[in-house]
Design a binder for this molecule. Structure first.
Ligand SMILES: [Zn+2]
Length: 748
């Protein structure tokens, strides 16, 4: 027999509380790890998570147990078991010590099962608010923006919704940015006009990209927004860490105008890169404008001069421990933690949180004339404002001025915004709502380069969404951006590489397989899905392989491991697997002895197509909807838990469907080149207005062109069509139309 008695004199500090070994000789004797724990009155343990299954037995006192932000009272006599990885901590709400014994052990199958469960971290129980980074309305969206926070937030929301989560994507325009005032000056409009113009353009581009937005916050137009910002700032301003203080500032050498953000450039005092005022996009560290090396005003050539000015100032350094505690809660990438560590090593970190400007929101009862609330403090409020707005739409009493710990907030942002989202905002929340423990996940992307240089709105070095997005291109662009977007490293976009990828992967592989599958169902089974018959070992193995792909996709799209790079590869993996499988099975097609095996193989290919339709729904909703329709199904609304066969007898409409095709201008150019090649003419002698027959094309030459068209676009154009009345431009349009049958995209 082993007996351990609680001994208050044999405790040590760990996880924020007092722990004492349950002294039973060794862990081996008891079979599990064990400890006594004591939480002093008003004390709390540090929130943490681990792979062990853990059991608490509360032997004295009472308190609150918080598990994945869900809170419940506990008292002596209760036994509680935690699943692996649940974030938990204990708070003593009583007058006496809260005493408990804890026992923990590793259970590998249980940990693995929990790790792959989609509803983990109470995502199946809590409202989830997904925020794409608020857009500065000083230009429209380019592919760099779209590939980052916007595509990320959209796919994330679609996947969560398919898993039954209550989830909303909240986007919007950050109207009061100084960059809006900068663009307004150069475009000869007021900042409000500029913001309204680009804000509407941005929303329209979201639509073109099939990005579902449940609420779109426009700071300068949303009812209650400005008052909400003022109230939020008033709460922050009462904190002892905020004061109106004189500080060093930078002014134009000629006009004396106050310089910050858009008004000034220079070299980053930390890393030496070229930077704008207040934030270095390279190292992610804020600057104070005054510490820029060789500062230059944007609006004048005079050397800026230093001076003093009174502003609201935040002693951010003092909130370091709170920010770090916050980073123990949710999904916080190591890159965020490292930046935070780097910043809080500074001796002081005093930030001006109001600035002289005529564009923005003035604080209530401010002693400072002509100053506005720094727009990044405005942003901390906007997330809460967005939640309240969604609440109004869905009949929930969610209030921006009383945030709820049960809310799960998920941010999608570029690394250059890390400081604002993941350090500055949580610090302000601590000041405004000391009792609120915000539970936030951060999903970062790095810079997407265009032809090896940063995408830039201000320099107009960009591929604009509106120039390239259409019903016939949106799926292939969403897929390519998912495949290449900068997750964890910078990546590069080049239009020619996109086209090559689309042609090789989506047209020559995906489209060709789907077309071929449709034709085989037509010719072999009268256009309906056959029932699976006899299963060979390879058939069973292929089913298991598809199941593995589903697991991969579920992990890649889920909240813990969200990665579009991985999801795109898992989707393509399905197609690669099924193409190889089909080739291996092909030899028995049409042999009577093996017809029951052959129909199983075909049924499995259809199952793969169905898995592709379901699995691609978050990434390519338009393609997925059309593919599902061809398999006799409505738009996939539920994430599959397993791979299933298409019901036997279902009419399959794959034959003749074009899902991916080359877009018209590129097609025209390509077709002109092929025609010139077939006729051995110089390209400039073949015009878009000419007919092939008019150019003297023979049937034999037309067959060569026909074959190339099929290879390139998957469209089976006839010789009669090629040599008919259509001009080259009209032929290109015909091919494009075959690939762009319009489809209603289900809302995210
Ligand atoms: Zn820097």
């Amino acid at each position: 027999m082993i007996i351990s008695t609680y001994d208050p004199d044999r405790l040590h500090r760990s996880y924020g509380i007092d722990l004492g070994e349950i002294d039973m000789g060794a862990v081996e004797a008891l079979g599990v790890g064990a400890n006594w724990g004591r939480v002093a009155p008003a004390g709390r343990s540090d929130a943490h998570q681990h792979d062990e299954t853990e059991t608490f037995v509360i032997v004295q006192g009472h308190g609150d147990l918080v598990v994945d932000s869900g809170r419940r009272p506990v008292w002596s006599g209760m036994v509680i078991q935690f699943e692996p990885f649940e974030t938990h901590h204990l708070e003593n709400t009583g007058e006496d010590d809260l005493l408990f014994a804890t026992f923990y052990w590793r259970d590998a199958p249980r940990a693995a099962r929990v790790a792959s469960k989609p509803g983990r971290r109470r995502f199946d129980q809590r409202p989830i608010f997904v925020f794409s980074s608020p857009t500065t309305p000083n230009g429209d969206l380019h592919l760099g923006h779209l590939s980052g926070p916007y595509l990320g937030a959209d796919v994330y929301t679609r996947f969560q919704r398919m898993n039954g989560a209550r989830v909303w994507h909240i986007a919007g325009s950050d109207d009061f940015q100084s960059y809006v005032a900068g663009t307004a000056r150069s475009e000869g409009r007021t900042p409000a006009e500029t913001a309204a113009h680009y804000s509407a353009e941005i929303l329209a581009t979201h639509k073109l990209m099939d990005i579902g937005v449940d609420h779109y916050t426009v700071s300068d137009q949303d009812a209650g927004y400005v008052d909400g910002v003022r109230d939020f700032f008033a709460r922050v301003a009462t904190s002892p860490f905020v004061s109106v203080a004189d500080g060093d500032a930078l002014f134009d050498g000629e006009s004396g105008q106050y310089l910050y953000e858009v008004d000034v450039t220079g070299s980053c005092p930390t890393c030496g890169s070229a930077t704008g005022g207040n934030m270095c996009e390279e190292c992610g560290e804020p600057n104070f404008a005054t510490d820029l090396v060789d500062p230059q005003a944007t609006a004048s050539t005079a050397t800026p001069k230093h001076g003093r000015i009174a502003r609201y100032s935040l002693a951010l350094r003092e909130l370091g421990p709170d920010v770090v505690a916050h980073h123990h809660m949710g999904r916080v990438p190591a890159r965020v933690k490292e930046l935070t560590d780097r910043l809080f090593r500074r001796e002081r970190l005093d930030l001006a949180i109001s600035h002289p400007s005529s564009w923005g929101v003035e604080p209530i009862d401010s002693p400072l004339d002509g100053q506005v609330i720094w727009v990044w403090a405005d942003m901390a409020y906007r997330f809460l404002h967005g939640i309240e707005a969604v609440g109004r739409e869905v009949g929930e009493d969610w209030r921006a001025d009383s945030p709820d710990p049960d809310w799960k907030i998920v941010h999608f942002l570029g690394f250059d915004n890390t400081f604002y989202h993941a350090i500055f905002c949580p610090a302000l929340y601590k000041l405004a709502y000391p009792d609120w423990t915000p539970d936030i996940d951060y999903n970062l992307n790095e810079f997407y380069l265009l032809d090896d240089d940063k995408f830039s709105t201000s320099r107009r070095h960009a591929v604009w969404g509106k120039d390239v997005l259409s019903p016939s291109t949106v799926d292939s662009l969403r897929f390519y951006l998912s495949w290449t977007r900068p997750e964890g490293r910078r990546t590069n976009f080049a239009w020619s590489r996109y086209e090559a990828f689309r042609d090789e992967t989506l047209i020559a592989t995906w489209q060709r397989w789907l077309t071929d599958l449709g034709e085989r169902v037509e010719s072999g089974y009268g256009g309906v899905a056959p029932d699976a018959g006899v299963w060979t070992p390879e058939h069973a193995a292929f089913l298991a392989r598809l199941d593995g792909r589903l697991g991969e996709l579920t992990t890649s799209l889920g909240q813990d491991g969200f990665s579009l790079n991985q999801a795109a590869r898992a989707l393509h993996g399905i197609v690669e697997d099924v193409v190889a499988f089909g080739q291996r099975e092909q030899p028995v097609t049409g042999i009577g002895e093996w017809k029951d095996e052959a129909r199983t193989a075909l049924a499995l290919e259809l199952a793969a197509a169905r898995l592709l339709a379901n699995g691609a729904t978050p990434v390519m909703p338009r393609f997925a909807t059309r593919l599902a329709a061809c398999l006799g199904a409505s738009p996939p609304a539920t994430w599959p838990s397993t791979v299933t066969l298409v019901a036997p007898g279902t009419r399959i409409g794959l034959a003749g469907q074009t899902f991916f095709a080359v877009d018209t201008p590129a097609l025209q150019e390509w077709l002109v080149e092929r025609v010139a090649e077939a006729l051995q003419l110089p390209v400039d002698e073949v015009s878009l207005g000419s007919r092939l027959v008019g150019l003297g094309m023979t049937s034999l030459q037309a067959i060569a062109v026909q074959y190339q068209v099929l290879e390139k676009t998957g469209v089976d154009v006839t010789i009669e069509e090629l040599l008919g009345e259509r001009t080259i431009a009209q032929l290109a349009a015909l091919l494009d139309a075959a690939g762009s049958a319009t489809v209603e995209v289900p809302p995210a």
